[in-house]
Design a protein around this ligand. Structure first.
Ligand code: HEM
Length: 237
């Protein structure tokens, strides 16, 4: 399989990297929505709690599988110089180091969440939950990584997917924060402020950032990989 992929050139890996990244984003979004449904103890006779529980677990594991495939295909793609270590240790790579580093941070956080969830019976609930709450940080970090590193940012399909997923996650955070208000007011206000600030940041940053001109150069693509035409504005491919 590997030699078949290699023989057909790097573009096949590139397609796989993009599609597995998009799938991982979608599945992580669904995992967060299901996690919030689970923690709110919402259930109906048709959707008993154990079903929500097991859906949340399995969607999370599937997301992890797509994340691993996303990482492996980006390393195997010979277009960009990305080593396996760059995908795990943040900010050490030579290809768009900051934005690739955000991907490594998100991956490490999600890995910690998955491992501690699989070992949940062996640890205290407070520790498990504190680590589980890292998911709320890992998701926006992963989204920024996608915007900053991806070569599809200007494609309508990816923009629509990103907007849809952002709406679902912001909705899930609002639901989680507002149910039970005003208990833990400080924590809930901070979460609310964080969700609002992140949405505002995206609106202000995207037009001049990844959707603006020269993003490939500004994001830290090695100059040897930049298209040499003065007309090129993005992508790096
Ligand atoms: C094997 C993997 C996982 C298992 C077994 C698991 C299990 C659980 C369980 C049992 C809850 C409900 C906790 C409660 O009843 O208080 C929960 C909540 C939650 N999970 Fe997971 N989870 C996993 C992975 C993930 C991943 C990868 C994400 C993020 C993408 C995620 C996001 C959430 C969220 C947002 C909540 C609500 C947390 C809160 O606000 O208190 N989970 N998870």
């Amino acid at each position: 399989m590997t030699s078949l992929l290699a023989a057909s050139g790097p573009s096949l890996y590139w397609y796989l990297t993009r599609s597995t990244g998009a799938m991982a984003l979608l599945l992580l979004t669904i995992a967060i929505a299901l996690g919030v449904i689970d923690v709110q103890r919402w259930s109906t006779p048709r959707w008993p709690r154990f079903l929500v529980d097991s859906l949340h677990r399995n969607v999370s594991l599937l997301a992890m599988l797509f994340l691993v495939l996303h990482i492996l295909t980006s390393v195997l793609d010979s277009f960009a110089p990305i080593g396996l270590a760059d995908t795990i240790i943040p900010f050490i790579g030579s290809y768009r180091p900051f934005w690739l580093g955000l991907g490594a941070v998100a991956f490490d956080l999600i890995l910690a969440v998955i491992i501690t969830s699989l070992l949940r019976q062996r640890m205290g609930f407070a520790t498990w939950r504190a680590i589980h709450w890292l998911t709320y940080a890992s998701w926006p970090i992963a989204l920024l990584h996608g915007f900053g590193t991806g070569s599809d940012v200007k494609s309508t399909w990816l923009l629509l997917l990103s907007i849809g997923c952002t709406a679902v996650v912001v909705g899930a955070v609002l639901t989680r924060v507002l149910a039970g208000w005003p208990a833990n007011l400080r924590l809930r206000s901070a979460a609310l402020g964080g969700a609002g600030a992140f949405s505002l940041f995206l609106l202000l940053w995207l037009p001049n950032g990844p959707l603006g001109s020269e993003w490939a150069r500004r994001s830290g693509t090695p100059s040897s990989l930049l298209p040499h035409s003065h007309l090129s504005t993005s992508g790096g491919r």
